[in-house]
Ligand binder design. Structure first.
Ligand code: UDP
Ligand code: MN
Length: 524
């Protein structure tokens, strides 16, 4: 018999220690049958495949940036484990709300889209699910046309809308919103899998507080094996000044620790965007999304800012779980270069008051044409919300606010004419790279305490090496002749063609740097 047809009672190996919530594991009690069942990994060795199959393996990977071949051989109704924590099982649910699930997509893989839809249907109590609205954002893959209509015609709960022309996820979701009829909207990406019990906590929380905007704990579906793994450590949202990109912050890094409860909502300064629930009335009150946001990005930060600033709260619910494929790289292309930055600029202009200057500083000096934002500004005025400083002080005190920078921008070397680049790395070595003039990884602020910082990590010297450090920064002096002296070692920063080292000070130009001063009127 095996365990296949037995309902598995307790799959997660959860302990009762509240601190363990950060390091859970999903473990099946008995080895499940069927590829990928219970989220176990599926490994395919491409060199064991025939030449033809091998080719489709490669194509699937290249087109989708995750392993579509594996996706296609895993059941679209595979089961997932009860993700816990066990305390969630004893909660009673009595929401008066129903959900309209809105899922937009652009060129999603067939089996992935079906698995997303089936997981919603199979794991949602029927009386709580009003409809699933699929919004096709001008996909050009054949299977998303007539074949999708035919398949979904057998599932009366699913509606398909099409944008007609490429709009991007914000306007595609807005189209779904206009057609949604339930009291709660649940937005989901098109490469997800809902765990058992995912929906009830979201609806209950909104019933309890109509201005709560809850999101599930997002577990990772691995792009190579489709294994489903807990996202650790337990984290909530923050953002980067550069393009206002969403970032995770571990709850152990928060200034105010959340309640030691396994089930209570955890406040989150921003939402990850792809997966969340909101009362339809509250979404309408807040003016929905800015329809001027193109393709990808900005909408989650816009909504997070205004929810918090206008009397609501964004929250992670530890009892609701949805898996999401984290692609190797985003497979979707944006026809207009710079749209992510333009979206961020629209949000910054409307919601961030003077703090918008930090967004502009980190993303270079190119001008951004944001288009007409007068309606969004009027919306903010009419909502009578808190200002951005209130948000930073009360909701996200963890975010470094770069008010004390004496210089901002690139740090350019005189000998090689290249720039210090963090290479997007964390706690590792920075390199020297061709200057881009665009900020991001080449953005540095020299603080008045002498630290060199990219609003995130510091340049740090230890044991004769330069590295990036989140918590500590060395203290530097910028000398009259352009050297950067490290205080403790007394050594100087020196560039190579691609490397950055710390060396005894000499007169060489590889130790001479240019830094750009921040205009005095922008020093807070
Ligand atoms: N999407 C869309 N149109 C676009 C870009 C994205 O409909 O122009 C969809 C995409 O198919 C996905 C969702 O919006 O279902 C979120 O995009 P993505 O998964 O690429 O974002 P990420 O999870 O990487 O932030
Ligand atoms: Mn996604």
């Amino acid at each position: 018999m095996g365990g296949l047809h037995q309902p598995l009672k307790n799959i997660g190996n959860w302990s009762n220690d509240p601190d363990d919530v950060m390091y859970p594991q999903f473990v099946a009690e008995s080895p499940p049958h069927g590829r990928g069942e219970y989220g176990l990994p599926v490994t395919v060795f491409p060199n064991h495949l025939s030449a033809k199959t091998n080719q489709s393996f490669d194509e699937g990977l290249k087109k989708n940036n995750f392993n579509q071949f594996v996706g296609d051989i895993v059941s679209v109704t595979r089961r997932l484990p009860d993700p816990g924590p066990p305390q969630c099982r004893s909660l009673s649910h009595q929401s008066r709300h129903r959900a309209s699930v809105i899922m937009c997509f652009h060129n999603e893989a067939w089996s992935t889209l079906l698995r997303s839809v089936h997981s919603i249907i199979n794991r949602s109590p029927p009386h709580l699910l009003q409809e699933i609205i699929l919004v096709d954002d001008a996909s050009d893959l054949d299977h998303l046309g007539a074949a999708l209509e035919k398949y979904m015609s057998g599932l009366s709960i699913v509606k398909i809308l099409r944008t007609g022309q490429r709009e991007g996820l914000t306007r595609a979701r807005l189209l779904g919103y206009k057609h949604a009829t339930a009291s709660v909207l649940v937005f989901l990406d098109s490469h997800i899998e809902c765990f058992p019990g995912w929906l009830e906590p979201l609806l209950d929380r909104i019933a309890e507080n109509p201005h709560a905007v809850p999101y599930p704990k997002i577990e990772s579906i691995k792009p190579d094996t489709l294994s489903v793994e807990p996202h650790v450590p337990l984290s909530v949202g923050t953002f980067s000044w550069a393009n206002l990109i969403f970032r995770w912050i571990g709850i152990h890094e928060l200034r105010t620790k959340p309640a030691r409860s396994q089930t209570a909502p955890i406040k989150s300064a921003t939402m990850p965007g792809g997966l969340f629930a909101i009362s339809r009335a509250y979404f309408t009150l807040l003016g929905a999304y800015d329809p001027g946001l193109d393709y990808w990005g900005g909408e989650n930060i816009e909504l997070s800012f205004k929810v918090w600033m206008c009397n609501g709260s964004v929250e992670l619910l530890p009892c609701s779980h949805v898996g999401h494929i984290f692609h190797h790289n985003n497979p979707i292309h944006w026809p207009t270069p710079g749209s992510v930055r333009r979206n961020a600029a629209r949000v910054a202009e409307v919601w961030m008051d003077d703090y918008k200057s930090f967004f502009y500083e980190t993303t270079g000096s190119d001008k951004v044409v944001v288009g007409d934002i007068s309606e969004r500004q009027e919306l903010r005025r009419s909502l009578n919300c808190q200002d951005f400083e209130w948000y930073l002080n009360n909701v996200l005190p963890e975010l470094p606010v770069p008010t004390d920078c004496l210089t901002v921008g690139e740090i350019r070397n005189a000998a090689y004419n290249n720039c210090i680049d963090s290479m997007g790395r964390h706690s590792l070595l920075p390199d020297m790279f061709t200057c881009t003039g665009k900020g991001y990884n080449q953005f540095w602020c020299m603080r008045d305490n002498g630290q060199i910082w990219n609003y995130h990590q510091h340049l740090y010297v230890k044991d004769g090496n330069v590295s990036l450090n989140l918590r500590q920064g060395s203290s530097w002096t910028y000398t009259q002749n352009g050297q950067l002296h490290e205080k403790i070692s007394g050594l100087c920063l020196q560039a190579g063609k691609k490397t950055l080292t710390i060396q005894p000070c000499s007169g060489e130009t590889s130790q001479v740097w240019t830094l750009t001063a921040r205009p005095p009127n922008q020093r807070h």
